[in-house]
Design a protein around this ligand. Structure first.
Ligand SMILES: Cc1cc2nc3c(=O)[nH]c(=O)nc-3n(C[C@H](O)[C@H](O)[C@H](O)COP(=O)(O)OP(=O)(O)OC[C@H]3O[C@@H](n4cnc5c(N)ncnc54)[C@H](O)[C@@H]3O)c2cc1C
Length: 397
C-alpha cells in the first residue's frame, strides 16, 4: 500500500480507497485514477484481553468469525456484515446494538493510519488526526489496523415487535429508549410497503436467560426468541437488497436529535399522503454515545442520543430517478435546516472539508491526488451504467 501511495504521489495519479464499495454516492468511484481495493475475507486479527486488533480491510463477517471462535463479538456490528472495518469506520458504523453502544467510531481505542506521505502512524482515538480520520471518508489516510473493545458472545436474543400507522407515530414512540441504558439492548425499526415495524429485545448468553429477562420498553404486540441475531439480520437485509438486482441505489441517512427526527418522519408521512415519491424503504436508528465522549470531528451522531432516518430508493433499470432525487433533495434540505447531519456514505453526500482538514491534507502531502474532492456519482455516471460490483448491463454498454 505504501508503495502504491508513493507511485501515485510521485506521478500525481489520483487515488481513492475502497472497502466493500457499498457507499451510494460515487465515494469510491474515480475517473482516470487508482481505486485501491482494500477488502479481504481473512480478518488478520489478534486478541488482546477484551480488545481485538484487526486490519481495516477485514469484513465484519470475517472479524465476527474470528471473535465467535473465542467466545466474543464486536461491540457494534453493522447489519450488513460484508462491509469492511475500515470502510464503516470511515463513515460512522451503526447497527442494532448502537442503541446501547453508539457508533463504531465512538468505540475505537487506537488505529494505525497510513497517511498520503507514506507514513504509518499508530494513533490513540482522541488524537486530533485520528478524530478526523474516523468518519473522515478516507480524506486523510487509509485505516490500516484498528484496536477496539469486544463483548462476550450472546448468541440468544429476545425479540419484541410492534407495528405503527406511519413513520411519525413510530418516531414519537421510539423516545422511550432514551431513558433505558442497557448493555444488551438491541433495536431495529423500519418502514416498507406501507408497514412500519419496530423490533427490539435483549441479547443473552443462552435461550433460557433470553426468555427469563424482562425486556425494557412499552409492552410489545408480539414476542419470541431468536438465535444469532447478527446473522439473522444480515440474512434479512441481504434478501431484501438482492431482491432489487440491477437497481440503482439512491440511499441517504440523516442523523439528528429526537425533535427534528419526529418532524422529518412526519414530513415523510405527509409527502406519501400527498402522492410524492416515497422511498422503497426507510430505516430508523438510535445511537447512544458513550458518556463524556469527544466525538469524531465529522461524526454523524455527535449528540448524547442520536436518531437516524435512512431513505432507501431502489430505482429500476430504465426508470428515471428524478422523482427520487426530488424527495431526497427536499428531505435533505429540510433535515439540514433542522440541524440533521448526513451519513456520508450516502447519495449526494459531500465528504467533510474544513480548514483544519485542508491544512492536515497539505501537511500530509495529500495535494490534489489523494482522495480528491469527489464529483457526484450522477456527474461521473449520469446514465447509471455502473451498478453493483461495477458490472455494466449488457444492453447499456
Ligand atoms: C446493503 C448495504 C447495507 C449497509 N448496511 C450498513 C450498516 O448496517 N451500518 C452502517 O453503518 N452502514 C451501512 N451501510 C452504509 C455504508 O455503505 C457503509 O457503512 C460504508 O460504505 C462502509 O462500507 P464499505 O466497506 O463498503 O466502504 P466503502 O463504501 O468502500 O467506503 C466508504 C468510504 O470510506 C473510504 N474508505 C474505505 N475503506 C477505507 C480505509 N480502510 N481507510 C480509509 N478510508 C476508507 C472510502 O474512500 C469511502 O469514502 C450499508 C450500505 C449498503 C449498500
Amino acid at each position: 500500500m505504501i508503495e502504491t501511495l508513493a507511485v501515485c504521489r510521485e506521478r500525481g495519479v489520483p487515488l481513492v480507497v475502497r472497502g466493500a464499495g457499498h457507499s451510494c454516492g460515487g465515494q469510491t468511484l474515480l475517473e482516470g485514477g487508482v481505486v485501491l481495493w482494500n477488502r479481504a475475507d481473512e480478518p488478520d486479527a489478534s486478541q488482546h484481553g477484551d480488545e481485538v486488533e484487526v486490519c481495516g480491510r477485514s469484513t465484519w463477517n470475517g472479524l465476527e468469525a474470528f471473535l465467535g471462535a473465542r467466545g466474543r463479538t464486536a461491540m457494534i456490528l453493522p447489519d450488513h456484515l460484508e462491509l469492511t472495518v475500515g470502510g464503516t469506520l470511515s463513515v460512522g458504523g451503526y447497527g442494532v446494538r448502537s442503541v446501547a453502544w453508539g457508533s463504531q467510531v465512538d468505540r475505537v481505542s487506537s488505529l494505525r493510519v497510513i497517511t498520503p506521505d507514506g507514513q504509518a502512524r499508530w494513533l490513540p482515538a482522541d488524537d486530533p488526526l485520528a478524530r478526523r480520520v474516523l468518519a473522515g471518508v478516507g480524506t486523510l489516510g487509509v485505516i490500516e489496523r484498528v484496536r477496539m473493545p469486544t463483548l462476550p458472545a450472546r448468541p440468544a436474543a429476545s425479540w419484541c415487535s410492534r407495528s405503527f400507522d406511519g413513520l411519525g407515530p413510530m418516531a414519537r414512540w421510539l423516545r422511550w429508549v432514551e431513558a433505558v441504558e442497557h448493555p444488551d439492548l438491541w433495536l431495529d425499526a423500519w418502514w416498507a410497503d406501507d408497514v412500519a415495524v419496530a423490533e427490539w429485545g435483549l441479547e443473552a448468553p443462552d435461550p433460557e436467560r433470553a426468555k427469563s429477562r424482562l425486556v425494557p420498553g412499552p409492552p410489545p404486540e408480539r414476542e419470541r426468541l431468536a438465535w444469532h441475531l447478527p446473522l439473522l439480520l444480515h440474512d434479512k437485509r441481504w434478501r431484501w437488497v438482492t431482491s432489487f438486482p440491477d437497481h440503482r441505489r439512491l440511499w441517504i441517512d440523516l442523523m439528528m436529535p429526537h425533535a427534528p427526527f419526529v418532524a422529518l418522519c412526519e414530513r415523510l408521512d405527509r409527502l406519501r399522503a400527498e402522492g410524492g415519491r416515497p422511498p422503497t424503504a426507510a430505516y430508523l436508528l438510535v445511537s447512544r454515545a458513550p458518556p463524556g465522549h469527544v466525538p469524531a470531528v465529522a461524526s454523524p451522531s455527535p449528540w448524547p442520543v442520536s436518531y437516524g432516518l435512512g431513505l432507501y430508493f431502489m430505482v429500476p433499470p430504465g426508470e428515471s430517478s428524478a422523482s427520487a432525487e426530488r424527495t431526497i433533495e427536499l428531505l435533505r434540505r429540510e433535515g439540514e435546516a433542522l440541524g440533521a447531519r448526513p451519513y456520508r456514505y450516502g447519495y449526494g453526500a459531500e465528504p467533510p472539508w474544513d480548514e483544519e482538514i485542508e491544512r492536515l491534507r497539505d501537511e500530509l502531502g495529500a495535494g490534489e491526488w489523494f482522495s480528491p474532492r469527489r464529483r457526484r456519482r450522477s456527474q461521473i455516471d449520469d446514465a447509471g451504467l455502473v451498478i453493483q460490483q461495477g458490472r455494466a448491463r449488457e444492453d447499456d454498454r
